[in-house]
Design a protein around this ligand. Structure first.
Ligand SMILES: [Zn+2]
Length: 427
């Protein structure tokens, strides 16, 4: 094997002609540089010459561009290495004047494909500081690299005829906040594969409409079930984007509504007691807050005692507590028995003489009964997406330092989207 071919293999670049190899001073030992770098001058193999960097169509030449460029590639032993080549421009009928394609790097990238893939592979397996130190790049560069690797992965899946969105029938939709609640992402998961299907910045009907546009009418028609919390924008987007799908309202959110109603009753009772000067009774209600909102199986003995005393002395508040617990039971039972229990609950809540509960019963009967029945029938909750969001929340901390939200989205897709990123030289 000639030494020039050996070099191409070492650097993880293919379809090139190696012209020369030299060692140059590079960085300093202090800033992580090795003191010297390997620079390999190459030119693309014949097939690659004169092609558009965006579409790889063969084009007429335009000019020599801004002279030779360098792309960071895999280290050679302990030395950082660069591929150096001319970067002429071509004139593409579709893309205009653009830098010609090269076989070793993505368009516009300053790193080779092998280097990019190595970064993406490491990003899900090593700590942030380890990746940056090992590869001698900044964390924001890691973000930019992941973003382009994932964009490429999506394009490759689509070009292969298959698509991650094919055959999806049950999805979950939710929002997640980041930047201390100032920004939001919309997340769509596939219940069958338990993967993140899609992520985008924003939380509105128009954000989610982008997902349904990507899905297209045929695939949208195959979506059978959508789990979601009670957010209007999700409901509205689903009704427009895949109107025949059944929405399964998330049990956690429904029970939370009952918890909020219970808390309103508790505050009303407390205020009345204070106004009437019954300080002892007011204190009892105030102290019982946690006992009332906790699930019964997690109560401490003290909290059990508090509940018992409320049952004995404070009928409206205890009734509110039982209503909350009974609604939880509806979902625990599920199926047709759960559906029957829901209707009995709605009657009971409507007659409870507790305004927060009569209002909740009206709201559920008017808008959400059908969606809750879907949940009971299909036993589909938003639990998967809640778990996914917890993981994404951790990733937003890791992504701190990335310049764009695209990098955060790419990191989340890389971790949770089920993509296979191969290490260079393994296939
Ligand atoms: Zn082009």
């Amino acid at each position: 094997m000639r030494s020039k071919r050996v070099w191409a293999g070492l650097l993880g670049v293919e379809q090139v002609v190696v012209e020369s190899v030299r060692v140059e001073p590079f960085g300093s030992v202090v800033d992580g540089g090795a003191g010297a770098a390997v620079v390999v001058s190459v030119r693309p193999a014949a097939w690659w010459r004169g092609r558009c960097g965006r579409c790889q169509r063969r084009c007429v030449g335009y000019d020599a561009g801004r002279g030779p460029r360098r792309w960071r590639t895999l280290d050679v032993g302990t030395r950082p290495a660069f591929v150096e080549a001319p970067a002429p421009r071509v004139r593409c009928p579709q893309h205009g004047v653009t830098v010609a394609a090269v076989p070793w790097a993505r368009h516009g990238a300053g790193h080779t494909r092998s280097f990019d893939d190595l970064v993406a592979w490491f990003a899900t397996r090593l700590a942030k500081t380890a990746v940056a130190r090992l590869l001698r790049i900044g964390w924001d560069t890691v973000g930019a690299i992941i973003a382009r690797v994932m964009a490429d992965a999506d394009a490759a899946v689509a070009a292969g005829g298959g698509d991650r969105l094919d055959g999806v029938t049950r999805i979950g939709i939710d929002e997640i906040s980041y930047k201390r609640g100032h920004k939001y992402l919309t997340v769509v998961v596939d219940h069958a594969t338990r993967r993140v299907l899609w992520l985008a910045e924003g939380r509105s009907k128009s954000t989610l409409a982008q997902f349904f546009a990507l899905l297209g009418p045929q695939r949208a028609a195959r979506i059978e079930l959508v789990s979601a919390d009670g957010a209007d924008w999700i409901f509205n987007a689903v009704r427009e984007g895949c109107h025949h799908a059944d929405i399964c309202l998330d049990p956690f959110h429904v029970v939370k509504w009952a918890g909020d109603a219970l808390d309103t009753v508790r505050r009303q009772v407390w205020n009345t007691a204070r106004r009437d000067g019954s300080t002892e009774s007011a204190k009892q209600v105030k102290n019982a807050r946690w006992a009332l909102c906790k699930n019964p199986d997690r109560l401490t003995d003290r909290q059990r005692a508090k509940l018992a005393s409320i049952a004995a002395t404070n009928q409206p508040l205890y009734r509110a507590y039982l209503l909350k617990e009974q609604l939880r039971e509806v979902f625990a039972v599920g199926g047709t028995a759960g559906a029957a229990l829901l209707d009995r609950w709605l009657d009971w809540a409507a007659r409870s003489q507790l305004r927060p509960f009569t209002e909740l019963a009206r709201k559920i009967r008017t808008y959400f009964r059908g969606d809750i029945l879907n949940t009971l029938t299909h036993r589909l909750s938003n639990g998967l997406i809640e778990a996914t969001n917890t993981k994404i929340r951790l990733l937003t901390r890791i992504a701190f330092g990335f310049k764009s939200v695209d990098a955060l989205i790419a990191l989340a897709k890389l971790h949770l989207g089920g993509y296979q990123i191969e290490l260079p030289g393994r296939t």
